[in-house]
Design a protein around this ligand. Structure first.
Ligand code: SAM
Ligand code: SF4
Length: 328
């Protein structure tokens, strides 16, 4: 499917829950969270119907996210079913990794293509400070479990934060030296509670500098197909994996944005920053046919915003959802 700016939309991020077993400071408040009621969340049947509509419109890649997608009951069946949807070539998942020790093998068997693990630090104290939970050992076992299960091309995503995890930038990048994993650094975005908590992003130019001090000049790796996302990759000499940078704040990649987001309650978000979108749950529950849903999605996609406006004065269109409600 194409929007009015000619962007080819072929990737949909589907949030399957707003629940999470961590409380990352930039994503989710510790308390006072209004949980969605069970009946407000899309059923698997509804998610699969919508996946079929997206696929008919040309989507090829689905990412399951959350909240924490692995806490949703029945996630393995959903993955198996998504892999059967005609047109869907790639099914992947973003997780905090806490439940991977017990689930990695099953996720592999269910047919997931690869997994992104969010990990901001290798230090237990910093992990607790950031996520408010003592779960670093579980995440590290989870990374080992992914390898044992035969997953390749695992991505480790880190949000660099000033005064918090600078020392982890080279340590995390080091994970890509011997293993074929891609370690990616993503700028903190002013979504939900991110900036109100006083956390400060480290710009990507600074992250590159920190890495060059440890690894020498960073050579650009080969460009990839758009389906794989907005990261720019480098491969330091002698590294098996790559290091990626997602410069979220400069909206350098808005002009080639290929994605849509579906929230757990079935709202189709056209841009991470903007509240523009479509209530697909409402349409489904009012009895819309697959053809009607597909037409409504195609119509909405045409209105996808040109770019995010994180840094603009004009904040009228800003979405008030937190990141755990959107899926990253
Ligand atoms: N719970 C899963 C996880 O943490 O991987 C999936 C959902 S989480 C919302 C997806 C990603 O969003 C994580 O990698 C997290 O670091 C990132 N994220 C959350 N809030 C963010 C923010 N304000 N700016 C940048 N990334 C953010
Ligand atoms: Fe949970 Fe992921 Fe948000 Fe952390 S970033 S609170 S793990 S949803």
């Amino acid at each position: 499917m194409y929007d009015d700016l000619g962007r080819h939309i072929e990737y949909v991020r589907i949030s399957v829950t707003d629940l999470c077993n961590l409380r990352c400071r930039y994503c989710m408040p510790e308390e006072g969270i209004a949980k969605l009621r069970h009946e407000d969340i899309l059923t698997f049947e509804e998610i699969l119907r919508l996946t079929g509509c997206f696929a008919r419109l040309g989507a090829r890649k689905i990412r399951l996210t959350g909240g924490e997608p692995l806490v949703r009951q029945g996630i393995l069946e959903l993955i198996r079913a998504i892999k059967q949807v005609p047109g869907i070539e790639v099914a992947v998942l973003t997780t905090n990794g806490v439940l991977l020790p017990q689930m990695a093998g099953k996720l592999r068997q269910a047919g997931l293509d690869y997994i992104n693990v969010s990990l901001d630090t290798l230090d237990e104290e910093t992990f607790f400070r950031l996520t408010r939970r003592p779960s670093l050992p579980a995440v590290l076992s989870g990374l080992a479990a992914l390898k044992e299960a035969g997953f390749r091309h695992t991505r480790i995503n880190c949000v660099p934060l000033r005064g918090i995890n600078e020392q982890d930038i080279p340590r995390l990048a080091e994970l890509a030296r011997r293993e074929e994993v891609n370690v990616r650094f993503i700028e903190l975005m002013p979504v939900g509670c991110a900036y109100e908590t006083g956390l400060e992003r480290i710009p990507m130019a600074e992250v590159r500098k920190i890495l060059e001090e440890s690894f020498g000049p960073l050579q650009e790796a080969k460009a990839r197909e758009s389906l794989w996302g907005p990261a720019e990759y480098v491969r330091p000499a002698g590294f098996a994996g790559k290091i990626g940078f997602i410069d979220a704040m400069e909206h350098k990649f808005c002009s080639s944005c290929n994605r849509l987001r579906l929230t757990a309650e079935g709202f189709l978000k056209l841009c991470l920053h903007s509240s523009a979108g479509l209530d697909l749950r409402g349409l489904i529950r009012q009895g819309a046919t697959d053809e009607e849903l597909t037409r409504a999605i195609a119509e909405a996609v045409r209105r996808k915003p040109a770019e995010h406006r994180f840094s603009a004065q004009e904040q009228r269109e800003r979405d008030s959802r937190y990141m755990y409600q959107v899926g990253g």
